[in-house]
Design a protein around this ligand. Structure first.
Ligand code: VG1
Ligand code: CO
Length: 542
């Protein structure tokens, strides 16, 4: 039976870079999740009988919200919900299912790389029929609905057991519980030469994959161990846990330190990788080398044709604005399109749908292609493995020859986490005020050639996104970018992105911290970071 429950709005349900993210206790306030889900349904313009995909990264509170979402879908006229068994679906697997099953959308419960548990983070994201994150026009419409919501609809009976595969009914709606891995693994087999990768592994090539106790565990085990023949134990921390084992499922130098330590050791495997909470990020490593995500994007763009799914070449590449320009050099050399978008995967959807680009990436360890409409951690791992299986060179050798061919773009991102919100706004405001007078200013040996606040006009639908980060470009092409994170749940996080291009091969072996030293100091001088935030060091450098 449909029940209509009276509710009152919350004023803080504006989706950020990737959906609505808050602390678990915040989500546990009365009707908090239900308000947001009803607002999604109200903004979706349903005509009845649609299919909805529902799944999440398995974090604490996942199951409760999934059951609520199923009951609300039944009461709002959906004809079918497709749910991952146990409520699990990686973000790229959910994107694939939406596309493959012709769903009108999907609800993904995740706060991605943010920590989980009763006092950790939770999140809800809505994806549209192309499988991608809702564009700003829709997230704005959802936000508007949350401001005036006065009721939500929910089915009174409890939903069928989502830990058992199969179909059951809730009212008129079918609840279909599926294996979260099967369709995704089948898609990967279409894109990559599993036989060649299997041969590589059988020839003694060793690898390690850290699932960080998050959602990729079952996917990586099935694909890397069962289908590609990597030995059991290749996948570490492979059982998803509600609190990610107390860790932070973010594949970066701080939180994936253990695997990085292994990869730098004498008996390191040939290849190492890690993914994040919801499986859309990837960190790639070789023996003695961590591949910077911006470089990984460039290498994948340059070598994708070696995998069967991309044998015909790629149409173009898109990168988020703060991602290094390494991929641009590949695109220029190959004569293919290159697009610079704001941060967040939602800006790639139109370019992918229009066939303007095949591969997209972000500096935050996200790469993906037109196979889904999300970034995809294991996809990147498999493309790397396919490339390695064809080239039979080490990761390090591939990087060195890439830099020799295209030049090396030294790159770092500095994160200052949980800083005072007012200090962060003050810092960005001050930069903004100084933009007009910035060009021509000298800092040490650096001269500013251009400075702006990045805005983007989507070439497909003409929509405009403004205020996407402050860019300061120096003569010679070095850049410093400042922006505030849109995924944090406490205070503000300042991200400073620093890059410098180096053509001279004899300098490619430099340590990035050394190569970027003057720019790092300049970033503090221009941004007044120390003065305004009281921080002398970033919390995380990636
Ligand atoms: C961060 C990353 C961005 C990414 C987003 C979602 O956003 O910088 O590149 O798309 O997270 O990724 P922000 O606004 O905090 O910089 V995920 O894996 O958290 O869904
Ligand atoms: Co993620």
């Amino acid at each position: 039976m449909i029940e209509t429950i009276a509710t009152t709005p919350y004023d803080d349900q504006k989706p950020g870079t990737s959906g609505l993210r808050k602390k678990v206790p915040h989500f546990q306030q009365p009707n908090y999740a239900a308000n947001f889900i009803q607002s999604i349904f109200d903004a979706a313009g349903l005509s009845g009988g649609e299919t909805l995909v529902i799944g999440g990264d398995g974090r604490f509170y996942n199951r409760e919200v999934i059951l609520t979402a199923i009951r609300m879908a039944a009461a709002n006229g959906y004809g079918r919900v497709i749910v991952g068994q146990g409520g699990l679906l990686s973000t790229p697997a959910a994107s694939n299912l939406i596309r493959k099953r012709g769903a009108s959308g999907g609800i993904i419960l995740s706060a991605s790389h943010n920590p989980g548990g009763p006092n950790g983070d939770f999140g809800i994201k809505y994806n549209i029929a192309n499988g991608g994150p809702a564009p700003e026009k829709i997230t704005e419409a959802i936000f508007e609905k949350t401001k005036t919501i006065s009721r939500y609809r929910i089915w009174t009976e409890t939903p069928p057991d989502i830990s058992r595969l199969g179909e059951a009914k809730l009212g008129d709606m079918v609840v279909e519980v599926i294996d979260p891995v099967a369709d995704y693994a089948a898609l990967m087999e279409q894109l990559f030469d599993f036989g060649k990768i299997r041969d590589l592994i059988a020839s003694g090539f060793t690898l390690a994959f850290d699932a960080m106790h998050a959602v990729t565990g079952p996917y990586a085990r099935e694909i890397l161990e069962n289908r590609l023949g990597a030995p059991q134990g290749t996948v570490r921390n492979g059982v998803p846990k509600e609190d990610f084992g107390g860790g932070h499922p973010d594949p970066n130098a701080v939180h994936a330190a253990e695997l990085i330590g292994t990869m730098m050791g004498d008996d390191a495997p040939d290849f190492g990788a890690a993914s994040d909470g919801d499986g859309d990020r990837n960190l790639i490593m070789g023996r003695g080398i961590v591949v910077s995500p911006s470089d990984s994007l460039a290498v994948l763009a340059a070598n994708a044709h070696l995998a069967p799914g991309y044998a015909g070449g790629i149409a173009g590449v898109a990168r988020s604005m703060p991602t290094s320009q390494a991929a641009d050099r590949v695109a220029e050399a190959r004569g293919i399109g290159i697009y610079e978008t704001p941060t967040g995967w939602k800006f790639f959807g139109n370019l992918l749908d229009a066939g303007k680009v095949t591969i997209c990436g972000e500096e935050s360890a996200g790469t993906g292609s037109n196979h889904v409409r999300e970034k995809d951690g294991l996809w990147a791992v498999l493309l790397w493995l396919n490339i390695l299986a064809e080239r039979r060179e080490s990761v390090k050798a591939i990087m060195e020859s890439h830099w020799a061919e295209f030049g090396r773009t030294f790159y770092q991102r500095h994160d200052y986490e949980e800083i005072d919100k007012r200090a962060a706004d003050g810092l960005m405001g001050s930069l903004h005020d100084r933009l007009a007078s910035m060009a021509g200013q000298r800092f040490g040996t650096l001269v500013v050639s251009e400075a702006d606040d990045f805005s983007y006009k989507d070439p497909v639908d003409g929509s405009v996104a403004t205020g996407q980060g402050i860019r300061i470009v120096f003569s010679g092409g070095s850049r410093i970018v400042y922006r505030l994170s849109g995924t944090g749940t406490k205070g503000a996080t300042l991200r400073v992105y620093i890059e410098r291009y180096e053509k001279d091969v004899s300098r490619h072996g430099q340590d990035p911290a050394e190569a970027l030293k003057e720019l790092i100091e300049t970033a503090d001088a221009i941004g007044e970071i120390r003065k305004r935030t009281g921080r002398s060091e970033p919390d995380v450098v990636t």
